[in-house]
Every structure is written in structure tokens, then in C-alpha cells.
Design a protein around this ligand. Structure first.
Ligand SMILES: Cc1cc2nc3c(=O)[nH]c(=O)nc-3n(C[C@H](O)[C@H](O)[C@H](O)COP(=O)(O)O)c2cc1C
Length: 336
């Protein structure tokens, strides 16, 4: 039986966007795991107190820290039992809610959730999947450095060994121009995608392990470039004669034209998810044709249709060059 530990930290008990999404995730998780066990920890209703010297001293003494009555031990036991960790964390004053910080101060413990071996820190809570649901009134921008929440959460979870982390963020929730219903619908779509079975990819033809590795890395690098809006990085994954084919749009041919079109695209469209689910890849000489499904969600409003439809079929062609495998044709059909 799988266990989900759900932690909510919004001070709002009603009309909270993070709670709406943690609820949505929990319901989807229970549909997938009907015998599953959900542990709910609401840090608003039951706040974890700030750490005190007295409590911290018990952490240093391994005998005392075994005291089964201590809150910290109970919290550690809870998170250790969980297979999935779901955290709802609104952005408060550029950081995470202090209630959530207090929670982490109670579970990050030397010898219990992390250890130091030959001067190297090692997290002890591996093999869990964490899902972070974050919300903020404004839009984030990498230039403003005004979000010390997501980075902290990812680092602290990795510190105790949880490295499989997925984030669902809603931004601009108090922007009068934004469409809140749509923002939340995108977030729910992203959660739905987490529960879809991934198809097994068929490799047809002769692919060495190196070929498979390079093509797999190409897909990851493509998603990374698109999510970070880096047109130069994207173009560098393509051949000089890259072709971009989108029905009812002009053919884009060659790296310069590709770079121009992607730069223009990333100016306005901010991608939240770009997930390729390849179904089949077939090799013929130095070419490999891949078909699959592509799922896309956007951070910003106004890009819900056309080339940005959330689900579409794609055909991509890779070519082996002197610099390894590169993308040489991108074709997708938003209406399929
Ligand atoms: C105390 C407080 C501080 C906030 N600070 C920020 C902030 O620094 N940046 C921001 O974009 N939004 C900020 N907000 C807005 C919240 O992040 C936003 O309302 C979010 O939806 C709250 O999550 P919830 O809907 O789950 O309660 C703040 C809200 C509160 C109550």
C-alpha cells in the first residue's frame, strides 16, 4: 500500500489556490491508488513550533532523539513512511511560508534524515517522489530574483535525499488581466499528465547504446531549452538545414530562420511543461524518424490554442552528424 504525505501551508483555509491543487492531486492520486493511505498535515491548523535550543539539543544526542513522544520524531516517522510527498507552498514575502520552514527545521536531522560521510553530505530519504504546488500573486522572472521559495524547497528536499521532484506553479493569480480559471486549468492539466501511463518506446533498426543515449539526451536538452526560453541552446541542437513544419504556417528552413522564429516565440510564450512521449523511432542510415505525442502547458495566458495546444502528435527526424545526433526536422500537428 502506497502512502501520500500531503502538507499544506497556506494561511487560507478557504479560497486557497495551493489547497485547491493539492486537493486535486490527492483525488487523482487516490483514483490511481484506491488502497492508498493519505496522511494530511495542515501547518495552518496544526503549526509546527519554531525550533528551540532544547529541542535541537535532543537532535544532537542520539539516545534522547529516540524519544517516541517528540514531535520531530513523529514528523520524521511520517515522512519516512511516505512514498509520495505533496507540498502546497504559497509564496510569502519572496519566500516559503515560515510554517513550512519550521517543519523542515524539525525533520532535517543529522544521522536521521541526512548524514556526513567523509565530509560529504548524504540524504537518507531517497526513493520518494515529491510534488511541489506553488502559487504567487505576480509573475516570476529570472532577472528579478524575487523567488526564494522554489529553489529552497528543491535544495532542502535534495539535501535529505529526495531528488525526484516535480513542480506545478500558478503565477499571476492576483493580476487583474489574468484569467484565473485558465491558470488553474493549466495547473490541473499538468497534474493530470503526471498520472498518465508512459508508453514504452520501440527502437526499430540498429541503434547502439551510444545512439540511444545521445537521442535521449537530445530530447531532454530540447525540453530544457524550451522551458528556459533559450533559443540559442535550442538551435544548437539542430542541423544547419533544420526544417520546422507546422500546418497552415510557412515552412521555416535553416538555422538562422529557426533561431529568429524561436526567439520571437520565447519573447511571449513561456513554457511550463514540454513533455515528449515518443512511441516509435526508426533508423534508416544516418536518419532516425521518431513519432509520438507531445504535451505542452504554458505559464502565461493567451497561448492556449494553435501551435500551443496541450496535446498533439509529432514527427521529428534526427540526423547523425560529425558532432553526434541533431534534430533535422520538427513537424507537429496541433489539431491532432
Ligand atoms: C503574507 C503574504 C505574503 C505574500 N507575498 C507575496 C510575494 O512576495 N510575491 C507574490 O507574488 N505574491 C505574494 N503573496 C500572494 C500569494 O502568494 C498568493 O495570494 C497565493 O495565491 C497564496 O496561496 P494560496 O492561494 O494557496 O493561499 C503573498 C500573500 C500573503 C498572504
Amino acid at each position: 500500500m502506497k502512502t501520500l504525505l500531503r502538507i499544506d501551508s497556506s494561511i487560507r483555509l478557504t479560497n486557497s489556490h495551493t489547497r485547491e491543487l493539492t486537493n486535486y492531486f490527492e483525488e487523482a492520486w487516490l483514483r490511481k491508488n484506491p488502497d492508498g493511505n493519505v496522511i494530511r498535515r495542515c501547518l495552518m491548523k496544526n503549526p509546527v513550533p519554531h525550533l528551540t535550543q532544547e529541542v535541537f539539543d535532543t537532535f544532537q544526542n542520539s539516545d534522547e532523539s529516540l524519544n517516541a513522544d517528540s514531535l520531530s520524531d513523529a514528523l520524521v516517522d511520517e515522512i519516512k513512511r511516505a512514498d509520495y510527498l505533496l507540498i502546497g507552498s504559497p509564496l510569502y514575502n519572496l519566500g516559503l511560508p515560515s510554517s513550512l520552514k519550521a517543519y523542515f527545521d524539525h525533520i532535517v536531522r543529522s544521522g536521521i534524515t541526512f548524514e556526513i560521510e567523509n565530509d560529504v553530505y548524504k540524504g537518507l530519504l531517497g526513493e520518494k517522489r515529491a510534488i511541489l504546488i506553488t502559487a504567487r500573486a505576480s509573475y516570476s522572472s529570472p532577472e528579478n530574483h524575487d523567488d526564494f521559495q522554489k529553489g529552497y524547497l528543491e535544495q532542502i528536499l535534495a539535501f535529505i535525499g529526495i531528488k525526484h521532484i516535480e513542480t506545478v506553479s500558478v503565477e499571476g493569480v492576483e493580476d487583474t488581466d489574468s484569467n484565473l480559471t485558465q491558470i488553474l486549468a493549466y495547473a490541473k492539466e499538468k497534474i493530470d499528465l503526471m498520472f498518465e501511463p508512459s508508453n514504452e518506446l520501440s527502437w526499430l533498426g540498429e541503434f547502439t547504446n551510444k545512439d540511444r543515449q545521445e537521442i535521449t539526451q537530445l530530447r531532454t536538452a530540447q525540453a530544457k531549452a524550451i522551458i528556459s526560453g533559450d533559443a540559442t541552446a535550442y538551435a544548437s541542437l539542430c542541423t544547419e538545414d533544420i526544417q520546422l513544419l507546422i500546418p497552415a504556417k510557412d515552412l521555416v528552413s535553416g538555422q538562422d530562420a529557426f533561431l529568429k522564429i524561436e526567439r520571437a516565440l520565447f519573447k511571449n510564450a513561456k513554457f511550463d511543461t514540454f513533455r515528449k512521449m515518443p512511441v516509435c523511432i526508426q533508423r534508416s542510415g544516418d536518419l532516425a524518424v521518431e513519432v509520438g505525442r507531445l504535451e505542452v502547458t504554458m505559464k502565461n495566458k493567451g497561448y492556449s490554442s494553435g501551435v500551443f495546444s496541450s496535446r498533439q502528435k509529432y514527427t521529428h527526424i534526427f540526423r547523425r552528424t560529425n558532432n553526434g545526433w541533431r534534430i533535422s526536422l520538427l513537424m507537429s500537428n496541433p489539431s491532432e
